[in-house]
Write a protein that binds this ligand. Sequence first.
Ligand code: EZ4
Ligand code: CO
Length: 409
Amino acid sequence: MKIVAADVVVTSPDRNFVTLKITTDEGITGLGDGTLNGRELSVASYLADHVVPLLIGRDPHRIEDTWQFLYRSAYWRRGPVTMAAIAAVDVALWDIKAKAAGMPLYQLLGGASRNGIMAYGHASGRDSQELFDSIRRHLEMGYRSIRVQTSVPGINAVYGVAAQPSAGGKRYDYEPAQRTALPAEEDWDTRAYLRHLPGVFEAVRGEFGPELPLLHDGHHRMTPIQAAKLGKALEPYDLFWLEDCTPAENQEALRLVRQHTTTPLAIGEVFNTVWDYQTLIREQLIDYVRSAVTHTGGITAMRKLLDYAAQYQIKSGIHGPTDISPVGMAAALHLDLAIHNFGIQEYMQHGPATNEVFRQSFSFTDGYLHPGELPGLGVELDEEAAARFPYQPAYLPFNRLKDGTVHDW
Ligand code: EZ4
Ligand code: CO
């Protein structure tokens, strides 16, 4: 088999997505996701200008060889743009191989290790009543594990709270990137957050009882000692995990946090290679790996990363916000089903226009996801529908402290 074409499709149904479609001389096509929130066109250019010309004529079955060729021949290592582009190629090639085999992709990864994939959803509220309503709504939608994010008195706009007004006055239900010409400015005060959050979890436990798995995302905003303090304060509420408690690039910060708290720690949605985890995994400083298949070099690289983590009883918690396209989500679900050290899968749910552009075959039943039984990933791209939603500039917000200092968002 030979690759005869590779097309980069940029579409913006509910948000921007970058999709690579690889076509073979046998008529089999494969899809890969290269979406990088707020920087989408850089991956589209990397693929169209520098990768597509290298793919034409290659044997699509040689996935490992293609991965190593793209990674090593670029000379420049790692980085979100490069690794998202490599992921798009890698996942498209796995899609092709599984279609050629006539099997759902998870079968080629070793077959199912479980019946379904436990997913968590995003509940949030500006106050406890709104938060409780949101948790109840997520339970009604079928979720059996819930991430809890809340407003903080004295802060106007906080990451992850769907009902708070955002730039342009819209709710940010689906995700925080906004279709604005400039990134929206939000505000932040870590001491106010640390004072407020334990009481919120106490109230949620009081209302919903001890069993419901609860998660929280610190979104990179604390120093190591602040994160240690929060982890300790949340211990009575038995979190499933505390995510991104410190900015992710300093692996050693987690050592300090770990010495102070038994709250499980998750990190890695902004990482893009196994090298970002070297210290974290070897020293068992975390409990869950948060990488996205889309941002970490695809199935090939994620499998190696998760196998490395498995040696240390560290589990998967694959990133699944709405800025991962249905193609990237499908890749995650096939991997989740096959690996032994599965932990949990983030699942936010795409909007109706996205579901029209990407026809999907996964199911979500009683809290569990399943990728379905179609050959390959089980996702088809409706290119006519995609063309009706052209790219729109959009940015994630950023934070400033009260004195104007830029802060992690
Ligand atoms: O802010 O995907 O755990 N999920 C998250 C996400 C990220 C967005 C950034 O593009 O932190 O909501
Ligand atoms: Co996160």
